[in-house]
Design a protein around this ligand. Structure first.
Ligand code: NDP
Length: 475
Protein backbone atom coordinates (compact mmCIF):
# COMPACT_ATOMS: atom_id res chain seq x y z
CA UNK A 1 0.00 0.00 0.00
CA UNK A 2 2.86 2.32 0.84
CA UNK A 3 4.43 1.89 -2.61
CA UNK A 4 1.16 2.57 -4.42
CA UNK A 5 0.55 5.65 -2.33
CA UNK A 6 4.01 6.99 -3.10
CA UNK A 7 3.41 6.56 -6.82
CA UNK A 8 0.05 8.26 -7.00
CA UNK A 9 -0.01 10.78 -4.22
CA UNK A 10 3.37 12.33 -3.47
CA UNK A 11 2.14 14.97 -1.07
CA UNK A 12 2.39 13.15 2.27
CA UNK A 13 5.86 11.85 1.48
CA UNK A 14 7.62 15.07 0.45
CA UNK A 15 6.50 17.40 3.17
CA UNK A 16 7.82 17.49 6.64
CA UNK A 17 4.88 19.64 7.65
CA UNK A 18 7.34 21.75 9.62
CA UNK A 19 7.04 25.48 9.35
CA UNK A 20 9.87 27.05 7.49
CA UNK A 21 12.79 28.60 9.29
CA UNK A 22 13.35 31.03 6.42
CA UNK A 23 10.38 33.13 7.53
CA UNK A 24 10.63 32.29 11.19
CA UNK A 25 7.65 29.99 10.76
CA UNK A 26 5.37 33.04 10.49
CA UNK A 27 3.91 32.53 7.05
CA UNK A 28 3.60 28.81 7.33
CA UNK A 29 5.83 27.69 4.44
CA UNK A 30 6.38 23.95 4.29
CA UNK A 31 9.79 22.32 3.80
CA UNK A 32 9.97 19.96 0.86
CA UNK A 33 12.25 16.94 0.97
CA UNK A 34 13.93 17.26 -2.44
CA UNK A 35 15.36 13.72 -2.31
CA UNK A 36 11.93 12.24 -1.73
CA UNK A 37 10.43 14.44 -4.42
CA UNK A 38 13.13 13.22 -6.80
CA UNK A 39 12.43 9.59 -5.85
CA UNK A 40 8.86 10.19 -6.92
CA UNK A 41 9.92 11.92 -10.17
CA UNK A 42 12.34 9.08 -10.96
CA UNK A 43 9.78 6.38 -10.25
CA UNK A 44 7.31 8.04 -12.58
CA UNK A 45 9.90 8.75 -15.29
CA UNK A 46 12.31 5.80 -15.13
CA UNK A 47 15.56 5.89 -17.07
CA UNK A 48 15.27 9.56 -18.07
CA UNK A 49 18.48 10.68 -16.39
CA UNK A 50 18.89 14.03 -18.15
CA UNK A 51 15.32 14.92 -17.19
CA UNK A 52 15.99 13.95 -13.56
CA UNK A 53 19.12 16.15 -13.59
CA UNK A 54 17.21 19.18 -14.91
CA UNK A 55 14.32 18.74 -12.44
CA UNK A 56 16.60 18.34 -9.43
CA UNK A 57 18.40 21.59 -10.17
CA UNK A 58 15.14 23.54 -10.34
CA UNK A 59 13.61 21.79 -7.31
CA UNK A 60 16.67 22.62 -5.21
CA UNK A 61 16.85 26.21 -6.47
CA UNK A 62 13.23 27.09 -5.68
CA UNK A 63 13.28 25.83 -2.08
CA UNK A 64 13.69 29.36 -0.63
CA UNK A 65 10.63 30.43 -2.65
CA UNK A 66 8.52 27.49 -1.50
CA UNK A 67 9.53 28.16 2.07
CA UNK A 68 8.29 31.75 1.91
CA UNK A 69 5.21 31.23 -0.25
CA UNK A 70 2.94 28.41 0.92
CA UNK A 71 0.54 28.84 -2.01
CA UNK A 72 2.98 27.08 -4.38
CA UNK A 73 2.91 24.02 -2.15
CA UNK A 74 -0.85 24.23 -1.72
CA UNK A 75 -1.43 24.26 -5.48
CA UNK A 76 1.21 21.55 -6.04
CA UNK A 77 2.93 23.74 -8.60
CA UNK A 78 6.18 21.77 -8.77
CA UNK A 79 4.37 18.43 -9.06
CA UNK A 80 2.27 19.83 -11.90
CA UNK A 81 5.25 21.47 -13.62
CA UNK A 82 7.20 18.21 -13.92
CA UNK A 83 4.29 16.54 -15.71
CA UNK A 84 4.11 17.64 -19.38
CA UNK A 85 0.72 18.89 -20.51
CA UNK A 86 1.00 16.59 -23.53
CA UNK A 87 3.59 14.15 -24.93
CA UNK A 88 3.49 13.08 -28.55
CA UNK A 89 5.58 10.21 -29.96
CA UNK A 90 5.25 9.07 -33.52
CA UNK A 91 6.65 6.90 -36.31
CA UNK A 92 8.69 8.62 -39.02
CA UNK A 93 9.17 6.30 -42.01
CA UNK A 94 11.21 7.54 -44.99
CA UNK A 95 13.13 6.18 -47.94
CA UNK A 96 16.91 6.59 -48.28
CA UNK A 97 18.78 7.15 -51.56
CA UNK A 98 19.23 3.39 -52.05
CA UNK A 99 15.48 2.87 -52.00
CA UNK A 100 15.61 1.23 -48.55
CA UNK A 101 12.95 2.12 -46.00
CA UNK A 102 14.17 3.66 -42.74
CA UNK A 103 12.13 4.18 -39.57
CA UNK A 104 12.84 6.83 -36.95
CA UNK A 105 10.95 8.02 -33.91
CA UNK A 106 9.56 11.57 -33.60
CA UNK A 107 8.79 13.48 -30.40
CA UNK A 108 7.03 16.66 -29.37
CA UNK A 109 6.66 17.39 -25.68
CA UNK A 110 4.19 20.21 -25.02
CA UNK A 111 5.32 20.92 -21.50
CA UNK A 112 3.71 24.08 -20.19
CA UNK A 113 1.44 26.70 -21.80
CA UNK A 114 0.77 28.87 -18.72
CA UNK A 115 2.33 32.00 -20.24
CA UNK A 116 1.99 31.40 -23.99
CA UNK A 117 1.94 28.85 -26.80
CA UNK A 118 4.49 26.03 -26.48
CA UNK A 119 7.81 27.20 -27.91
CA UNK A 120 11.09 25.32 -28.24
CA UNK A 121 13.33 23.69 -30.80
CA UNK A 122 13.52 20.37 -32.60
CA UNK A 123 16.67 18.28 -32.20
CA UNK A 124 17.73 15.67 -34.78
CA UNK A 125 20.50 13.54 -33.29
CA UNK A 126 20.92 9.76 -32.80
CA UNK A 127 21.14 10.24 -29.01
CA UNK A 128 17.59 11.63 -28.86
CA UNK A 129 15.12 9.74 -26.68
CA UNK A 130 12.28 10.85 -24.43
CA UNK A 131 14.62 11.77 -21.52
CA UNK A 132 16.58 14.25 -23.65
CA UNK A 133 13.46 15.89 -25.05
CA UNK A 134 11.88 16.14 -21.60
CA UNK A 135 15.00 17.71 -20.07
CA UNK A 136 15.11 20.26 -22.87
CA UNK A 137 11.36 20.93 -22.68
CA UNK A 138 11.44 21.35 -18.91
CA UNK A 139 14.35 23.81 -19.11
CA UNK A 140 12.53 25.67 -21.84
CA UNK A 141 9.62 26.55 -19.49
CA UNK A 142 11.87 28.65 -17.25
CA UNK A 143 14.08 29.98 -20.04
CA UNK A 144 11.08 31.26 -21.99
CA UNK A 145 9.66 32.85 -18.86
CA UNK A 146 12.97 34.64 -18.28
CA UNK A 147 12.80 36.30 -21.70
CA UNK A 148 9.80 38.31 -20.51
CA UNK A 149 7.92 37.30 -23.67
CA UNK A 150 4.63 35.35 -23.89
CA UNK A 151 5.95 31.89 -24.75
CA UNK A 152 5.32 28.56 -23.05
CA UNK A 153 7.72 25.61 -22.94
CA UNK A 154 8.03 22.73 -25.40
CA UNK A 155 10.65 20.71 -27.24
CA UNK A 156 10.79 17.97 -29.85
CA UNK A 157 12.95 16.09 -32.27
CA UNK A 158 13.96 12.71 -33.55
CA UNK A 159 16.69 10.08 -33.29
CA UNK A 160 17.36 10.73 -36.99
CA UNK A 161 21.06 11.40 -37.70
CA UNK A 162 21.49 14.08 -40.38
CA UNK A 163 25.25 13.40 -40.63
CA UNK A 164 26.21 11.95 -43.98
CA UNK A 165 22.68 12.19 -45.39
CA UNK A 166 22.06 13.79 -48.78
CA UNK A 167 19.83 16.87 -49.11
CA UNK A 168 17.16 14.63 -50.67
CA UNK A 169 17.28 12.21 -47.74
CA UNK A 170 16.98 15.08 -45.27
CA UNK A 171 14.03 16.42 -47.27
CA UNK A 172 12.23 13.08 -47.35
CA UNK A 173 12.78 12.59 -43.63
CA UNK A 174 11.66 16.10 -42.64
CA UNK A 175 8.56 15.86 -44.86
CA UNK A 176 7.60 12.58 -43.20
CA UNK A 177 8.29 14.09 -39.76
CA UNK A 178 6.05 17.09 -40.51
CA UNK A 179 3.33 14.88 -41.99
CA UNK A 180 2.54 13.87 -38.42
CA UNK A 181 3.71 16.92 -36.46
CA UNK A 182 1.57 19.40 -38.44
CA UNK A 183 -1.66 18.29 -36.72
CA UNK A 184 -0.27 19.12 -33.27
CA UNK A 185 1.22 22.59 -33.90
CA UNK A 186 -0.11 26.01 -34.89
CA UNK A 187 0.68 29.72 -34.49
CA UNK A 188 -1.31 29.94 -31.25
CA UNK A 189 -0.67 26.38 -30.09
CA UNK A 190 2.91 25.30 -30.55
CA UNK A 191 5.69 26.94 -32.58
CA UNK A 192 8.85 24.78 -32.99
CA UNK A 193 12.30 26.03 -34.05
CA UNK A 194 15.77 24.53 -34.63
CA UNK A 195 18.29 22.92 -32.27
CA UNK A 196 21.13 20.44 -32.81
CA UNK A 197 20.87 19.04 -36.33
CA UNK A 198 18.04 21.38 -37.32
CA UNK A 199 19.08 24.56 -39.11
CA UNK A 200 17.80 26.66 -41.99
CA UNK A 201 17.68 23.75 -44.45
CA UNK A 202 15.55 21.55 -42.20
CA UNK A 203 13.24 24.40 -41.12
CA UNK A 204 12.69 25.21 -44.82
CA UNK A 205 11.69 21.68 -45.77
CA UNK A 206 9.40 21.41 -42.73
CA UNK A 207 7.75 24.76 -43.38
CA UNK A 208 7.09 23.79 -47.01
CA UNK A 209 5.45 20.54 -45.95
CA UNK A 210 3.36 22.22 -43.21
CA UNK A 211 2.11 24.84 -45.70
CA UNK A 212 1.17 22.19 -48.22
CA UNK A 213 -0.75 20.13 -45.66
CA UNK A 214 -2.58 23.06 -44.03
CA UNK A 215 -2.90 25.30 -47.09
CA UNK A 216 -2.06 28.19 -44.79
CA UNK A 217 0.96 30.46 -44.49
CA UNK A 218 1.12 30.31 -40.69
CA UNK A 219 3.79 31.59 -38.31
CA UNK A 220 4.31 28.05 -37.13
CA UNK A 221 8.08 27.62 -37.19
CA UNK A 222 10.82 30.10 -36.34
CA UNK A 223 14.31 30.26 -37.78
CA UNK A 224 12.70 30.65 -41.21
CA UNK A 225 14.60 31.98 -44.22
CA UNK A 226 14.72 35.74 -44.52
CA UNK A 227 12.78 35.68 -47.83
CA UNK A 228 9.85 33.76 -46.37
CA UNK A 229 9.05 35.14 -42.93
CA UNK A 230 12.28 34.76 -41.02
CA UNK A 231 13.76 37.42 -38.76
CA UNK A 232 17.12 39.07 -39.16
CA UNK A 233 19.44 38.14 -36.25
CA UNK A 234 17.65 34.82 -35.54
CA UNK A 235 20.66 32.79 -36.81
CA UNK A 236 23.02 34.91 -34.72
CA UNK A 237 20.77 35.20 -31.67
CA UNK A 238 21.79 32.33 -29.38
CA UNK A 239 25.54 32.86 -29.84
CA UNK A 240 25.29 36.65 -29.62
CA UNK A 241 22.99 36.34 -26.60
CA UNK A 242 25.39 34.06 -24.69
CA UNK A 243 28.17 36.61 -25.27
CA UNK A 244 25.96 39.57 -24.30
CA UNK A 245 25.12 37.67 -21.11
CA UNK A 246 28.81 36.99 -20.41
CA UNK A 247 29.50 40.67 -21.02
CA UNK A 248 26.91 41.61 -18.37
CA UNK A 249 28.60 39.24 -15.92
CA UNK A 250 32.02 40.75 -16.71
CA UNK A 251 30.63 44.25 -16.13
CA UNK A 252 29.73 43.32 -12.53
CA UNK A 253 33.49 43.15 -11.98
CA UNK A 254 34.26 46.23 -14.04
CA UNK A 255 35.64 44.03 -16.81
CA UNK A 256 34.94 43.36 -20.52
CA UNK A 257 35.87 40.98 -23.36
CA UNK A 258 38.67 43.28 -24.50
CA UNK A 259 41.89 41.25 -24.66
CA UNK A 260 40.33 38.09 -23.19
CA UNK A 261 41.21 34.59 -24.39
CA UNK A 262 38.07 32.55 -24.94
CA UNK A 263 37.63 28.79 -25.31
CA UNK A 264 34.56 27.71 -27.29
CA UNK A 265 33.20 24.19 -27.82
CA UNK A 266 31.03 23.12 -30.74
CA UNK A 267 31.21 24.59 -34.23
CA UNK A 268 27.51 24.73 -35.10
CA UNK A 269 25.06 27.59 -35.07
CA UNK A 270 25.60 28.74 -31.47
CA UNK A 271 29.40 28.44 -31.50
CA UNK A 272 29.77 30.20 -34.87
CA UNK A 273 28.01 33.38 -33.79
CA UNK A 274 29.44 33.34 -30.28
CA UNK A 275 32.89 33.52 -31.92
CA UNK A 276 31.78 36.38 -34.19
CA UNK A 277 30.44 38.44 -31.27
CA UNK A 278 33.53 37.82 -29.11
CA UNK A 279 35.66 39.01 -32.02
CA UNK A 280 33.54 42.17 -32.30
CA UNK A 281 33.96 42.86 -28.57
CA UNK A 282 37.75 42.57 -28.71
CA UNK A 283 38.23 39.04 -27.35
CA UNK A 284 40.09 36.16 -28.99
CA UNK A 285 38.51 32.70 -29.50
CA UNK A 286 41.17 30.00 -29.72
CA UNK A 287 39.20 26.74 -29.97
CA UNK A 288 36.24 25.13 -31.74
CA UNK A 289 35.17 21.50 -31.63
CA UNK A 290 32.80 18.88 -32.98
CA UNK A 291 32.11 15.31 -31.98
CA UNK A 292 35.46 14.31 -33.55
CA UNK A 293 37.76 16.56 -31.48
CA UNK A 294 38.89 20.18 -31.14
CA UNK A 295 41.16 22.63 -32.94
CA UNK A 296 43.47 25.05 -31.13
CA UNK A 297 44.37 28.23 -32.98
CA UNK A 298 46.35 30.52 -30.64
CA UNK A 299 46.12 33.39 -33.16
CA UNK A 300 42.33 33.47 -32.93
CA UNK A 301 39.47 32.36 -35.20
CA UNK A 302 38.92 35.58 -37.11
CA UNK A 303 38.35 36.95 -40.62
CA UNK A 304 38.76 34.39 -43.40
CA UNK A 305 39.27 31.63 -40.81
CA UNK A 306 35.80 32.32 -39.37
CA UNK A 307 34.35 32.48 -42.91
CA UNK A 308 35.95 29.09 -43.59
CA UNK A 309 34.16 27.59 -40.56
CA UNK A 310 30.83 29.01 -41.76
CA UNK A 311 31.25 27.41 -45.19
CA UNK A 312 32.66 24.17 -43.78
CA UNK A 313 29.81 23.60 -41.32
CA UNK A 314 26.82 25.16 -43.07
CA UNK A 315 27.45 24.34 -46.75
CA UNK A 316 30.03 21.56 -47.08
CA UNK A 317 28.99 19.93 -43.77
CA UNK A 318 32.57 18.81 -43.10
CA UNK A 319 34.58 18.09 -39.93
CA UNK A 320 36.39 20.71 -37.80
CA UNK A 321 39.68 18.82 -38.33
CA UNK A 322 39.72 20.36 -41.82
CA UNK A 323 40.31 23.76 -40.18
CA UNK A 324 43.58 22.48 -38.71
CA UNK A 325 44.64 21.07 -42.10
CA UNK A 326 43.79 24.32 -43.89
CA UNK A 327 45.37 26.75 -41.41
CA UNK A 328 48.15 24.60 -40.00
CA UNK A 329 47.11 24.62 -36.36
CA UNK A 330 46.81 21.76 -33.86
CA UNK A 331 43.92 19.28 -33.82
CA UNK A 332 43.17 17.05 -30.83
CA UNK A 333 41.05 14.07 -31.92
CA UNK A 334 38.59 12.66 -29.40
CA UNK A 335 39.22 15.48 -26.90
CA UNK A 336 37.30 18.46 -25.53
CA UNK A 337 38.91 21.91 -25.30
CA UNK A 338 38.64 22.56 -21.54
CA UNK A 339 42.33 21.98 -20.87
CA UNK A 340 43.27 25.06 -22.92
CA UNK A 341 44.21 28.07 -20.78
CA UNK A 342 41.62 30.84 -21.03
CA UNK A 343 39.82 33.68 -19.26
CA UNK A 344 36.32 32.84 -20.47
CA UNK A 345 34.72 29.53 -21.53
CA UNK A 346 31.69 29.25 -23.79
CA UNK A 347 30.39 25.66 -23.99
CA UNK A 348 28.25 25.65 -27.15
CA UNK A 349 28.01 21.96 -28.18
CA UNK A 350 25.84 19.70 -26.03
CA UNK A 351 24.71 18.56 -22.55
CA UNK A 352 27.15 17.33 -19.90
CA UNK A 353 30.24 18.31 -21.90
CA UNK A 354 32.07 19.83 -18.89
CA UNK A 355 32.81 17.24 -16.20
CA UNK A 356 33.78 18.10 -12.62
CA UNK A 357 37.42 17.40 -13.48
CA UNK A 358 37.22 19.70 -16.48
CA UNK A 359 35.54 22.40 -14.39
CA UNK A 360 38.47 22.16 -11.95
CA UNK A 361 40.98 22.33 -14.79
CA UNK A 362 39.32 25.44 -16.22
CA UNK A 363 39.43 27.25 -12.87
CA UNK A 364 43.00 26.08 -12.14
CA UNK A 365 44.06 27.53 -15.51
CA UNK A 366 42.61 30.93 -14.67
CA UNK A 367 39.18 30.79 -16.30
CA UNK A 368 36.90 33.12 -14.32
CA UNK A 369 33.74 33.29 -16.47
CA UNK A 370 31.59 30.59 -18.06
CA UNK A 371 28.51 31.39 -20.14
CA UNK A 372 26.53 28.33 -21.25
CA UNK A 373 25.54 28.59 -24.92
CA UNK A 374 24.54 24.92 -25.00
CA UNK A 375 21.76 23.44 -22.85
CA UNK A 376 22.97 21.95 -19.53
CA UNK A 377 26.60 21.59 -20.74
CA UNK A 378 28.06 21.43 -17.22
CA UNK A 379 27.45 18.41 -14.97
CA UNK A 380 25.80 19.30 -11.62
CA UNK A 381 29.00 18.81 -9.60
CA UNK A 382 30.78 21.11 -12.08
CA UNK A 383 28.11 23.78 -11.62
CA UNK A 384 28.47 23.49 -7.83
CA UNK A 385 32.24 23.84 -8.20
CA UNK A 386 31.96 27.01 -10.32
CA UNK A 387 29.49 28.50 -7.82
CA UNK A 388 31.68 27.54 -4.85
CA UNK A 389 34.73 29.12 -6.50
CA UNK A 390 32.67 32.26 -7.16
CA UNK A 391 33.56 32.47 -10.81
CA UNK A 392 31.08 34.29 -13.05
CA UNK A 393 28.71 31.51 -14.12
CA UNK A 394 25.84 32.04 -16.56
CA UNK A 395 23.54 29.00 -16.55
CA UNK A 396 22.08 27.87 -19.86
CA UNK A 397 18.49 28.82 -19.28
CA UNK A 398 19.56 32.42 -18.79
CA UNK A 399 22.66 32.64 -20.99
CA UNK A 400 21.27 30.97 -24.12
CA UNK A 401 17.75 32.42 -23.95
CA UNK A 402 18.58 34.87 -26.74
CA UNK A 403 17.68 32.29 -29.38
CA UNK A 404 14.15 31.68 -28.24
CA UNK A 405 13.69 35.37 -27.40
CA UNK A 406 14.50 36.26 -31.00
CA UNK A 407 12.17 33.49 -32.16
CA UNK A 408 9.42 35.28 -30.24
CA UNK A 409 10.44 38.51 -32.00
CA UNK A 410 10.15 36.60 -35.31
CA UNK A 411 6.60 35.58 -34.31
CA UNK A 412 5.78 39.20 -33.45
CA UNK A 413 6.98 40.38 -36.86
CA UNK A 414 4.97 37.61 -38.56
CA UNK A 415 1.81 38.57 -36.66
CA UNK A 416 1.95 42.19 -37.80
CA UNK A 417 3.42 41.30 -41.20
CA UNK A 418 6.26 43.83 -41.02
CA UNK A 419 9.94 42.87 -40.80
CA UNK A 420 12.35 44.76 -38.55
CA UNK A 421 15.88 45.91 -39.40
CA UNK A 422 18.97 44.03 -38.18
CA UNK A 423 19.78 46.88 -35.81
CA UNK A 424 16.33 46.87 -34.22
CA UNK A 425 16.25 43.11 -33.59
CA UNK A 426 19.83 43.13 -32.29
CA UNK A 427 19.02 46.01 -29.94
CA UNK A 428 15.95 44.15 -28.62
CA UNK A 429 18.01 40.98 -28.15
CA UNK A 430 20.74 42.86 -26.31
CA UNK A 431 18.23 44.52 -23.99
CA UNK A 432 16.52 41.19 -23.28
CA UNK A 433 19.86 39.64 -22.28
CA UNK A 434 20.60 42.62 -20.01
CA UNK A 435 17.15 42.19 -18.39
CA UNK A 436 17.60 38.43 -17.92
CA UNK A 437 20.92 39.03 -16.18
CA UNK A 438 19.44 41.73 -13.95
CA UNK A 439 16.31 39.75 -13.06
CA UNK A 440 18.35 36.63 -12.26
CA UNK A 441 20.78 38.67 -10.17
CA UNK A 442 17.97 40.40 -8.28
CA UNK A 443 16.07 37.14 -7.60
CA UNK A 444 19.23 35.47 -6.27
CA UNK A 445 19.86 38.41 -3.96
CA UNK A 446 16.25 38.60 -2.76
CA UNK A 447 16.26 34.94 -1.76
CA UNK A 448 19.62 35.00 -0.01
CA UNK A 449 21.96 33.67 -2.73
CA UNK A 450 23.64 36.84 -3.97
CA UNK A 451 25.72 36.28 -7.09
CA UNK A 452 24.36 32.77 -7.70
CA UNK A 453 22.72 33.07 -11.11
CA UNK A 454 21.76 29.38 -11.15
CA UNK A 455 19.40 29.92 -8.23
CA UNK A 456 18.43 33.39 -9.50
CA UNK A 457 17.50 32.26 -13.02
CA UNK A 458 15.51 29.28 -11.75
CA UNK A 459 13.58 31.42 -9.27
CA UNK A 460 12.93 34.31 -11.68
CA UNK A 461 11.73 31.87 -14.36
CA UNK A 462 9.66 29.84 -11.90
CA UNK A 463 7.70 32.67 -10.28
CA UNK A 464 5.96 33.97 -13.40
CA UNK A 465 4.91 30.50 -14.56
CA UNK A 466 3.82 29.42 -11.07
CA UNK A 467 1.65 32.52 -10.54
CA UNK A 468 0.11 32.12 -14.01
CA UNK A 469 -0.74 28.48 -13.27
CA UNK A 470 -2.49 29.50 -10.07
CA UNK A 471 -4.40 32.27 -11.88
CA UNK A 472 -5.65 29.81 -14.51
CA UNK A 473 -7.03 27.21 -12.12
CA UNK A 474 -6.51 23.47 -12.05
CA UNK A 475 -5.81 22.70 -15.73
P1 NDP B 1 24.31 22.52 -34.26
O1 NDP B 1 23.74 21.24 -34.73
O2 NDP B 1 24.35 23.67 -35.20
O3 NDP B 1 25.78 22.30 -33.70
C1 NDP B 1 26.01 21.40 -32.67
C2 NDP B 1 27.51 21.34 -32.43
O4 NDP B 1 27.76 20.59 -31.25
C3 NDP B 1 28.27 20.65 -33.55
O5 NDP B 1 29.55 21.18 -33.63
C4 NDP B 1 28.29 19.20 -33.06
O6 NDP B 1 29.33 18.41 -33.60
C5 NDP B 1 28.50 19.41 -31.59
N1 NDP B 1 27.96 18.26 -30.86
C6 NDP B 1 26.68 17.82 -30.84
N2 NDP B 1 26.56 16.73 -30.10
C7 NDP B 1 27.81 16.47 -29.63
C8 NDP B 1 28.34 15.48 -28.78
N3 NDP B 1 27.56 14.52 -28.26
N4 NDP B 1 29.67 15.53 -28.50
C9 NDP B 1 30.46 16.50 -29.02
N5 NDP B 1 30.01 17.47 -29.83
C10 NDP B 1 28.71 17.45 -30.11
O7 NDP B 1 23.48 22.88 -32.94
P2 NDP B 1 23.36 24.28 -32.19
O8 NDP B 1 24.60 25.05 -32.33
O9 NDP B 1 22.07 24.89 -32.60
O10 NDP B 1 23.16 23.81 -30.68
C11 NDP B 1 24.26 23.67 -29.78
C12 NDP B 1 23.75 23.71 -28.36
O11 NDP B 1 23.08 24.95 -28.12
C13 NDP B 1 22.75 22.62 -27.99
O12 NDP B 1 22.91 22.26 -26.64
C14 NDP B 1 21.41 23.32 -28.16
O13 NDP B 1 20.38 22.71 -27.40
C15 NDP B 1 21.76 24.70 -27.63
N6 NDP B 1 20.87 25.77 -28.03
C16 NDP B 1 20.67 26.06 -29.34
C17 NDP B 1 19.83 27.10 -29.70
C18 NDP B 1 19.67 27.52 -31.10
O14 NDP B 1 19.04 28.57 -31.32
N7 NDP B 1 20.20 26.82 -32.09
C19 NDP B 1 19.07 27.83 -28.69
C20 NDP B 1 19.42 27.50 -27.33
C21 NDP B 1 20.27 26.49 -27.04
P3 NDP B 1 28.97 17.26 -34.67
O15 NDP B 1 28.59 18.01 -35.91
O16 NDP B 1 30.20 16.45 -34.79
O17 NDP B 1 27.82 16.48 -34.08
Amino acid sequence: IQVKWSLFSPWPLFRSGARSEADGGKKGGIQMDVDKFMDWVMTKNPGEKEFHQAVREVAESVQPVLAKNPQYEKFKILERMVEPERQIMFRVPWMDDNGDIQVNRGFRIEFNSAIGPYKGGLRFHPSVYIGIIKFLGFEQIFKNSLTGLPIGGGKGGSDFDPKGKSDNEVMRFTQSFMSELFRHIGPNTDVPAGDIGVGGREIGFMFGQYKKLKNSYDSVLTGKGINWGGSLVRPEATGYGAVYFADEMLKTRGDSFEGKTVVVSGSGNVAQYAVQKVNQLGGKCVTLSDSGGYIYDPDGITGEKWEFVMDLKNNRRGRISEYAEKFGCEYFPGERPWGVKCDVALPCATQNEISLEEAKTLVANGCFAVSEGANMPTVPAGVDYFVEKKILFGPAKAANAGGVATSALEMAQNHVGIPWSFEKVDEELHQIMINIHKNSWDAAKKYGHEGNLVVGANIAGFLKVADSMIDQGLV
